[in-house]
Design a protein around this ligand. Sequence first.
Ligand SMILES: *[C@@H]1O[C@H](CO)[C@@H](O)[C@H](O)[C@H]1NC(C)=O
Ligand SMILES: *[C@@H]1O[C@H](CO)[C@@H](O)[C@H](O)[C@H]1NC(C)=O
Ligand SMILES: *[C@@H]1O[C@H](CO)[C@@H](O)[C@H](O)[C@H]1NC(C)=O
Length: 486
Amino acid sequence: MSFIPEASVHSCKRVTDKQPHIVLILAEDLGWNDVGWHNPDLKMPILNQLAADGVIFNQSYVQPACTPSRSALFTGYYPFKIKRQHQMLLNLEADGLSLDLKTLPEMLKDVGYLTHLVGKWHLGFCKEEYLPNKRGFDSFYGWLTLGTDLYTKENVLAPGYDFRDNTGVVQESDTYLPFMLAERAVDIVMGHYKEYPLFLEFSMALPGKFLEVPQDYEDLYSDIDDDRTRKFYGKLSAMDNSIGLLVEALKTRGMWDDTLFIFTSDNGAFATESGSNWPLRGNIATLFEGGTRVPTFFYGSMLKKAGYVNNELIHIVDLHKTIIELAGATTESDIDGMDMWKTISKGEPSPRTEFVYNIDDNELSPGAAIRVGDYKLITGHPDLMYPFRLLNRSDDWYNYGDEPISGILLPPTGNEPPPANVTYLFNIIDDPEERNNLADVYPNKVEELRHRLDEYREHLVPPESRIFDPSGDAVNFGGVWSPGWC
Ligand SMILES: *[C@@H]1O[C@H](CO)[C@@H](O)[C@H](O)[C@H]1NC(C)=O
Ligand SMILES: *[C@@H]1O[C@H](CO)[C@@H](O)[C@H](O)[C@H]1NC(C)=O
Ligand SMILES: *[C@@H]1O[C@H](CO)[C@@H](O)[C@H](O)[C@H]1NC(C)=O
């Protein structure tokens, strides 16, 4: 079965016969330590092998949170230029990725790709125009908000169901969500019209935020005493298994040799609840390396040099440009993304020598960070979610089994400590763990990076003021998070 009606298969033909199929695995909240090539205790045979045979990018950066990272991937712009620098979208927020911007899947469709999103959207849903089927995806099978329970598909922050096949609601409360997604990803490949190139974004709910895992995966680690660690490791093995099924399908259809396979994460791990950024500092939604530096690799027969670790810089905006150029499409001319194909495929030096982690000049807790060469400057407040809280100490170092927290997003109590106002200078090459603040040692370096940040700041577009509209509550839509309220 195909998930695109034959009549609507693109009339626009392929621009070249060299367009690869592109499969982008966007793991969710997968931290630095959450992969087998960093943590040998993990059983991840499929991914370990693909990473070993491909090119591992050891300095690969994303935005600190899910909505900003997806915005950067889909547009090629740093989020601070497109109003997406401030936190992630919450359920009742009457906003979405700006409709003025053309998205990556839209551009791929222009050159003949059939485009599918399996998994998380999280770029706005308050009106139909924001939904994935209107933003370039021929098919969508997943959820619209920041996350759901892996069995019930209930939103994690507030009551309300959230799972759809295209625009229609699919009621399925028993099956493990990652297995549903894997099955759909396989079916998409099996039903693909092979005369067209495929773009599949598999945004896979794993490892994600919940310690829910089928028993047989947990049992793979029965020698581990700590409950959370055992369950979390089980989830990573379930992720590996799902990816294995997808790879098998691509092989069965004879598509694998023409597939560029990309594996990355949307942000760092949700430390202690599940996942580990160890030995990197900080958590998801912080400007520290733990929130932003993620495991990434590329695999495919089109890579001329492979089987090694590449230490060149790459940022998620570059994935946008690289994918689009490789597909034979054209990007907007003023984007931040760079074409990294020669670095990825041949190991040439990266054109990227600097990047902006974020600039969020909100009044309550402004925070910004930049990397130039070996140095990184953080100014203001490193925690993006303030005054919400994800961890008691967002600037600490956490590993599996450390102090648990009590929820996904702790709402402000009014007793939060005042936002920090830091000036941190780190040499990331010598000190990837951000343990030695050099701001007092190299004041000129601080000024140089601050000046560079200010140059970027001239292009900042402030976010819309956040409107939380209670009319969007799922209770007004038959208990399902739905569009139609903005
Ligand atoms: C990857 O980066 C880490 C942290 O900066 C570094 O310690 C390690 O040597 C790098 N790995 C390789 C293979 O270059
Ligand atoms: C962390 O925060 C939670 C919730 O506010 C609190 O119950 C707990 O005692 C805190 N733990 C530490 C170590 O401060
Ligand atoms: C943070 O400190 C710097 C000086 O180090 C100061 O210029 C700036 O105004 C402070 N920002 C806030 C929000 O307090």
